[in-house]
Design a protein around this ligand. Structure first.
Ligand code: ARG
Ligand code: MN
Ligand code: MN
Length: 295
């Protein structure tokens, strides 16, 4: 299968400039070459055009709302076309708000799209519950049809995903309102407590089990899911995260399961990074997700 790589240099979903350079950093860390070496046919579509801050208005309901919405609409059209062409979408962020567009486009092709949300956060805030007003804290809610209508409308009339088709892994910084939403919905959440208690191997085994009825599975990997020791170049680091090794194990097991149909790597911020360490971690994990283990 052909892999279609798309960069989305958007940093307006949060406060710290620099995630817009994530796609370059990930490319520079050798993403394309790494996948080529594994024998894949890879096409790099380059970066989407994204508005820059200051130019786009910020006196909106939410910070940079129209810029984030416009970018996600373009991305949704792009992922829709990639899946329609029977290719595998590999999206490079950018802040996590771009998951709204990725999922909006991809979900058009699946009845029951599963999502593995690998993240320190739940990104389950709405315009009402958000304490920061940053849209990168809202993409999972928006994809469920919750939140500002300009965000939920990106997937059309129906939400991109259903709560029972979500598995969150690595959560350790959920806001109170997000915890409430998790409790009253039937999302599957492996916080760091479960990662420690069960071990990553069991977490992934159960994840695959929860999503066994799904006809496609998207991996949305926020680099802040990893511990800041291994991934320091992120805007919202949280201590006590998933280790580099656990993350590789997770990606290897997901490859073995042979169920993943799209993915994205987000929140790499080279300005906050140490010599591109976080982009390199992203590319190494990409290698494992695409079957590097014995190659
Ligand atoms: N929960 C916080 C907020 O709503 C942090 C979100 C962090 N999200 C992320 N994609 N890194 O702003
Ligand atoms: Mn996060
Ligand atoms: Mn996130």
């Amino acid at each position: 299968k052909k892999i279609s790589m798309v960069g989305v240099p958007l940093d307006l979903g949060q406060n710290r400039r620099g995630v817009d350079m994530g796609p370059s950093a990930i490319r520079y860390a050798g993403a394309f070459e790494r996948l080529k070496l594994l024998g894949y046919d890879v096409c790099d579509h380059g970066d989407l055009t994204v508005p820059v801050p200051y130019v786009s208005a910020s006196e909106e309901d939410l910070k940079y709302l129209s810029a984030v919405v416009d970018t996600n609409r373009v991305l949704a059209a792009k992922t829709d076309r990639i899946v329609a062409a029977q290719e595998f979408p590999l999206i490079l962020g950018g802040d996590h708000s771009i998951a709204i567009g990725s999922l909006a486009g991809i979900s058009k092709h699946y009845e029951e799209l599963g999502v593995i949300w690998y993240d320190a956060h739940g990104d389950l805030n709405t315009a009402e519950t958000s304490l920061t007003g940053n849209i990168h804290g809202m993409p999972l809610a928006a994809s469920l049809g919750l939140g500002h209508e300009s965000l939920t409308a990106i997937s059309g009339d129906t939400p991109a995903i259903k709560p029972e088709n979500i598995v969150i892994i690595g959560a350790r910084a959920l806001d109170d309102a997000e915890k409430m939403l998790v409790r009253k919905s039937n999302m599957n959440v492996f916080t760091m407590h479960e990662v420690d208690r069960l071990g990553m191997s069991e977490v992934i085994r159960q994840t695959i089990g929860y999503l066994s009825h799904c006809d496609g599975i998207h991996v949305s990997l926020d680099l802040d899911g990893l511990d800041p020791i291994d991934a320091p170049g992120v805007g919202t680091p949280v201590v006590g995260g998933i280790s580099y090794r656990e993350s590789h194990l997770a990606m290897e097991m997901l490859h073995e399961a042979n169920r993943i149909t799209s993915c994205e790597f987000v929140e790499v911020n080279p300005i906050l990074d140490e010599k591109n360490k976080t982009a390199e971690a992203a590319v190494a994990l990409m290698g494992s997700l695409f079957g590097e283990k014995l190659k």
